[in-house]
Design a protein around this ligand. Sequence first.
Ligand code: NAD
Length: 357
Amino acid sequence: MSVFSSPSFDEHEDVAFHYDGETGLKAIISLHSTVMGPALGGCRMWAYDDDAAALTDVLRLSRGMTFKNALADLPWGGGKSVIIGNAKTDKTPAMMREMGRFVDSFGGRYIVAEDVGTTPEDMAEIAKTTRNVRGVKSVGFDPSPGTAYGVFKGLEAAVGEALGASDLKGVRVAVQGLGHVGYDLARRLHAAGAVLTVTDIDAAALARAERELGATVVGLDAIYDADVDVYAPCALGATLNDDTIPRLKASIVAGAANNQLAETRHGDRLADRGILYAPDYVLNAGGVIHIYHEGPDFDRDATFAHIGRIGGTMRDIFRRAKDDGIPPHIAADRLAKDKLAAAKAGQRKANRPLAAE
Ligand code: NAD
């Protein structure tokens, strides 16, 4: 298993492995960049096929967090951690406390939060051994409404760009997944005059959307064929793939789900078909922005004002895409890299030895 020569290695600052025989903890923490500040990123617990798969995942995810936090205007760099194991059968409170000690060994350069396979309750356990944790249950915040608001603002920007519309009246949106984020997004879209088509595996959520939002319900697979302007994936990752992209009638993709592109090349396929893609990690950053603001002095208005800036960031991305003749998913990465390079240059200047002044 190689680190520096791994295809997923992209000048990561630190990659640390930790094993604890007493609790069975096997974990990796990866700090991609601390240029913007301490690296914030979730802890994923997953039964990886092998150690190499865990390493690839943590490298890829921590790099993604650098870009996400930079474009969300947060004073945070990008990091991530993985615990190798089955979250349902292997996890214990003692293991989580040991994970907290591992996080703490970074002295504040890594801040952990929940991710797939970990919960706010786990973060509360981790908080017993480190202060460098966010999203702890006792704080009592749910970031999902913040995420939904950010998706709404980004979707509005995409509609302005692709359809030239200044509002969402009569805009047809297909929402896939009516969970914590999807339902709140659907509610906002309905209030703004959008016409909804929805799907979910949860019959109660569908009945509620029909009743409260006048939504049209379609089958799980039929959502890709819906005659709509916007496809909003809010359930699963990798729904933009070789099978679905040719079927889409929508001219915009804008939703909350993580990792919507099955592979990076699918971003190009969308552009080839003239479909405007609002990059997922920019659109769904409301959750991490919410986490940044959480705490005893939580100010909801200031938090939502910060999240609302996702609309402006999305417009910057579309402008950059046009200027450089590239698809938006590439433009977003370029904007983030420019921000990092500018911050790095500023730091170099500040660190210049006195003799060189
Ligand atoms: P959730 O689990 O509350 O909701 C997911 C919904 O999708 C559920 O209602 C579920 O029944 C439905 N679903 C599952 N399989 C489906 C299928 N095949 N077709 C249609 N619907 C299906 O999750 P959430 O918190 O609303 O998050 C939704 C997405 O947004 C996830 O991809 C998540 O990673 C991403 N995200 C969430 C947040 C947040 O703040 N919650 C932040 C960033 C990204």
